[in-house]
Design a protein around this ligand. Sequence first.
Ligand code: NAD
Length: 488
Amino acid sequence: MIQTQLYIDGQWQSPIDQGTRAIVSPADETVIAQAAEATRADARLAIAAARRAFDGPWRQTTIRDRARLLNKIAELIDRDAEKLAHLESLNTGKTLTESRTDMGDIAATFRYFAGLVASESGAVNEAPHHVISRTLREPVGVCGLITPWNYPLLQAAWKIAPALGAGNTVVIKPSNLTPLTTHHFTQLVAELDLPPGVFNLVTGGAEVGAELAESTDVDLVSFTGGAFAGESIMKAATGNFKRIGLELGGKNPNIVFADADLDAAVDYALNAAFFHAGQVCSAGSRLMVEDSIYDAFIGRLAERLPRIVIGNGFHGETQMGPVQSAQQHEKILGMVQAGIAEGARLVHGGKRPPGDVYKRGYWLEPTLLVDVTAEMKIAKEEIFGPVITAERFRSEEEALRAANDTPYGLAAAVWTRDLDKANRMSRALRFGTVWVNDYHPYFPEAPWGGYKASGIGRELARIGLDEYTELKHSYINLAPKAMGWFGA
Ligand code: NAD
């Protein structure tokens, strides 16, 4: 049985009150680990350690030291990739193929930020000859990093790499449903010769996250999760006007025009919605199809759904695993029922798959609801499960209006062969990412984040590093002399 601990001030330790939480496999509900469950008091110790480390010698590290550190972490991720992928699949239920992809992306994230950090040297500004004016980037300070359960280590990497690379110290709090890979990652960091307190792990629930958000000793909170927690973090962060980054939910339209390559569009509609059983913030669960091809398109999708292989993520043939928790399972089924009550028609799924192997665990069939209209709850709210809701549209204007008519703005996709239309739609859609004739790709080099209620700030890309820095103007007068403004 895996047992996890907290990592505070360079020491592995149990929570002050010895709290633990059973971690359950989403595939069969067996207990797979006992995780340390911290309280606010543990979080305060970690914050104090991070504060001391930031105010100590860590500030003297150079960009070369930190770039080397990130590259070293990438090497350790590569070394333990298989172990990490197994832990991620065990804890989240996602397929091993998906987890292996995550681990490759995580190592690439650390390498990308290593390169970026090493290239960061500030700027010398044009100024009078007796003045040296420089623009410097400096670390923000102590960073509280709060991550969700769907991409536990990937979301952590997007935060840890730029935070450490920019010279900050870190307290990370993973979701208490999925702490296992972040715990293993911390074991990797513990192999390195970092000063105590630079990197701290505190596993626990909302109150630990709330402590990070409220503490006046934390200078920045970066949060990925749902809107409800995001709002309370934003309010709590006002205590010391700390910097916040929020990566929240989405309601992401996947818009198919009649002139699209339909073979590709049908295939990608499945990937958009059922990858990681739909538990992706950018999942394309809101399918919008042009009227003239709607019936044929839905017919082709309906044929594919029963062929999706649902199963344990460790089995080679599995294409879709379970959802992560009982709570999520119940919520998704509730959303499907709400859709049917509002007039949507269930074409496939909407229930636990038949068979003994699916009796325990949080299994759901891939689900297709059609005849959905833009006013329905299922077209407006995030479902976060393996559900496609299909809407019909008659014109580009109608598609655009309906797609933008959501509080969210994370990601959208457009399928068309008309380049002019593709460009018009890309510009007019109010989303942080717009894909044309594709779904889901992202790179460390490109920014990730949402418009409107999908968040504040961006991760990845140069801006993903800049979020963890303060900008300073350093002005040095080399030849001071009296100014005489107020006379002699
Ligand atoms: P959640 O909001 O319930 O929890 C996220 C994290 O915040 C967890 O670590 C949780 O313990 C902590 N937390 C909960 N309440 C808190 C509070 N009041 N103060 C501080 N911390 C608190 O979200 P979740 O259910 O774990 O994740 C799913 C959500 O995350 C979905 O809405 C999804 O769209 C979103 N998400 C967004 C992105 C993105 O890049 N935009 C990526 C992945 C997930």
